[in-house]
Design a protein around this ligand. Structure first.
Ligand code: PGA
Length: 245
């Protein structure tokens, strides 16, 4: 079953990563909001901008970019799910490949983080994706199946899955439409009813075609989500947003 048909709004998740300032926030929001309000837009700024976003743009749905698996305690530099929720977030990205690569997040840790997030009322957006080697060896589906099963172990509650091939993130190389649909069809069979996002070098040129794929419910956008005009164009190009213009 596809969640993405003409009557459904696409999900667009903006991941600012460790970028962005108050100035950019205030410059960009008035440009994006009229378009973004026609999608399920989930804005994920750095944690320092969550409160400012909530206070100044109260209708924007906000996500964090990571949270601790612990609810509180002596974990210098970490942020808890409860703190994200109190600041104004209702979603949190978990298991992003950058957190897996630079912070050592394993599948088991991602699952623990998801449990912590759900316990505080946050909806986890669980990222999965294969390396170039795995892709080249034609082992993508086997790898993803295991990564997903382990990353959602023992969680109960609503979550999203974002398929982001590592080799497509920030590289300008997008997976082909055929490959994206192939993977998403497989993921749909594994997790019926779970919203499925695609991420990895999504831009204003390819966003429309990707969101029209049967088993794609939305997008996770990194680099372009920091560019005021290009992100506006991306939003305009997405079917379901443009149709409502
Ligand atoms: P990108 O990043 O759009 O810059 O490739 C996507 C992501 O990392 O979520």
């Amino acid at each position: 079953m596809s969640l993405n048909n003409n009557s459904k709004k696409p999900y667009i998740v903006s991941n600012w990563k460790m970028n962005g300032t108050k100035a950019l926030l205030h410059e960009a929001m008035p440009v994006w909001q009229p378009f973004a309000s026609k999608a399920h837009w989930i804005f994920c700024p750095p944690a320092t901008l969550i409160m400012e976003t909530k206070e100044c743009f109260s209708k924007v749905i906000i996500g964090g970019q990571d949270c601790s698996s612990n609810l509180s305690g002596a974990f210098t530099g970490s942020i808890s799910a409860a703190q994200l929720a109190e600041a104004g977030a209702s979603y949190v990205i978990l298991g992003h490949s950058e957190c897996r690569q630079y912070r050592g997040d394993t599948n088991a840790i991602v699952a623990e983080k998801a449990i912590a997030a759900l316990s505080q009322g946050l909806t986890p957006i669980i990222c999965i994706g294969e390396s170039l080697e795995t892709h080249a060896a034609n082992e993508t589906l086997t790898f993803l199946k295991q990564q997903l099963v382990e990353s959602i172990a023992n969680i109960s509650g609503k979550f999203f899955v974002a398929y982001e091939p590592i080799w497509a993130i920030g590289t300008g190389k997008t997976a082909t439409l055929h490959d994206i649909e192939h993977v998403h069809h497989f993921l749909r069979e594994q997790q019926p009813g779970v919203p499925l996002l695609y991420g990895g070098s999504v831009n204003a040129q390819n966003a429309g075609a990707i969101t029209e794929l049967e088993n794609v419910d939305g997008l996770l956008v990194g680099g372009v989500s920091l560019k005021i005009e290009e992100f506006k164009e991306l939003l305009r190009s997405v079917h379901g947003i443009s149709a409502l213009n």
